[in-house]
Design a protein around this ligand. Structure first.
Ligand code: NAI
Length: 326
């Protein structure tokens, strides 16, 4: 099968070449969107990532060019018009489970860095500043942590936080009995928000969850709460978060995802003028930590992503059932 990979970086080429199961791989650095879709002409499969735009128009064009399979090398699929794919009988596969530990542990890394200010301490000490002024943190032990979305990543995250001695509350459309047996208490969102010292988002982005963090829900949170988003940028209304940071309602914000990230993340823009004023405002707060969608970025996760994607493509070629079809 001839596969067109979009939005690729050196690590995509490395892992997919290594785990290739006999396909012809072509790597494009360009993202997949209406302007670039013609690059997919002559390919049987398109392999896309989190910020590619697989709108109805793009999928119509992919179908017209003979693409038979869309393989998302990620878990989320909010950027794919599934109805359009279905209308063209193009199956869409994804990687539903790749090291949930990678993302859960990154969420914890953001919590620890924001709390104990290790990123600031590192810079201070390198410059010979050994002062502890304004580096005060807090014990995680005994704090209340809210997990929104208790799927694979949320469950791992909850377990880690319980290991720190935190009380864990959860909100999900379905309560998970194993989690309840492990001492996690499910509450409606409006009851959970005022209870928590730390809130971490682990639900997918969909019509129900878009801007689940907004002026109203931020207003229900404790003064000085820590909010962590390693899920999808669209879960949080950035403008409302900026207001909450200004008022002190949000005491800490750690994000690995951002609503407008497709124009920024995964690129080196250090010598460019950045026109996104909201991200620049966010980064100007001393209590905000932004990473550029690196939650998934561990050797184990990249290996599983490449292996699962290759397996799905081979299964498709051989007419086998597609267990990772969305
Ligand atoms: P999952 O599908 O195992 O779990 C999602 C959970 O969210 C489920 O329990 C589901 O019932 C719940 N949920 C769905 N709608 C909800 C709603 N309206 N309110 C509350 N909960 C709701 O997904 P998984 O693997 O745990 O991933 C979660 C998200 O993490 C993905 O959707 C993706 O957006 C994000 N992600 C981020 C990565 C990164 O690199 N930062 C990498 C991988 C995933």
């Amino acid at each position: 099968m001839k596969i067109a990979f979009f939005s690729t970086q050196s690590y995509d080429r490395h892992y997919f070449n290594h785990y290739n199961t006999g396909h012809e791989l072509v790597f494009f650095e360009a993202p997949l969107n209406e302007q670039t879709v013609n690059l997919a002409a002559g390919f049987g499969t398109v392999c896309a990532f989190v910020n590619d735009i697989l709108s109805a128009t793009v999928i119509d064009q992919l179908a017209a060019q003979g693409v038979q399979l869309i393989a998302m090398r990620c878990a989320g699929y909010n950027n794919v018009d599934l109805a359009a794919a279905r209308a063209h009988h193009i199956p869409v596969v994804r990687v539903p489970a790749y090291s949930p530990y990678a993302v859960a542990e990154h969420a914890v890394a953001l919590i620890l860095a924001l709390n104990r200010k290790t990123h600031k301490a590192y810079n201070r000490v390198r410059e010979g500043n050994f002062s502890l002024e304004r580096l005060t943190g807090f014990d995680l032990h005994g704090k209340t942590v809210g997990v929104i979305g208790t799927g694979q990543i949320g469950q791992v995250f909850a377990g880690i936080m319980q290991g720190f001695g935190c009380r864990v509350l959860a909100f999900d459309v379905i309560a998970n009995r194993d989690m309840e047996a492990r001492g996690v208490e499910y509450l409606p969102l409006i009851k959970l928000l005022p209870e928590c010292d730390i809130i971490s988002l682990h639900c997918p982005l969909n019509e129900q969850t878009k801007h689940i963090i907004n002026a109203q829900t931020l207003g229900m949170m404790k003064q000085g709460v820590m909010l962590i988003n390693t899920s999808r940028g669209g879960l949080m209304d950035t403008r409302a978060a900026i207001d909450a940071l200004k008022s002190g309602r949000l005491g800490y914000l750690g994000i690995d995802v951002y609503e407008q990230e497709e124009k920024l993340f995964f690129h080196n823009l250090s010598e460019e003028i950045i026109h996104d004023d909201m991200i620049m405002r966010l980064m100007s707060f001393p209590n905000v930590l932004v990473t550029a969608h690196q939650g998934f970025f561990t050797d184990e996760a990249l290996t599983q992503i490449a292996q699962t994607t290759m397996q799905s493509i081979s299964d498709f070629e051989q007419g086998k059932p597609l267990k990772n079809k969305i």
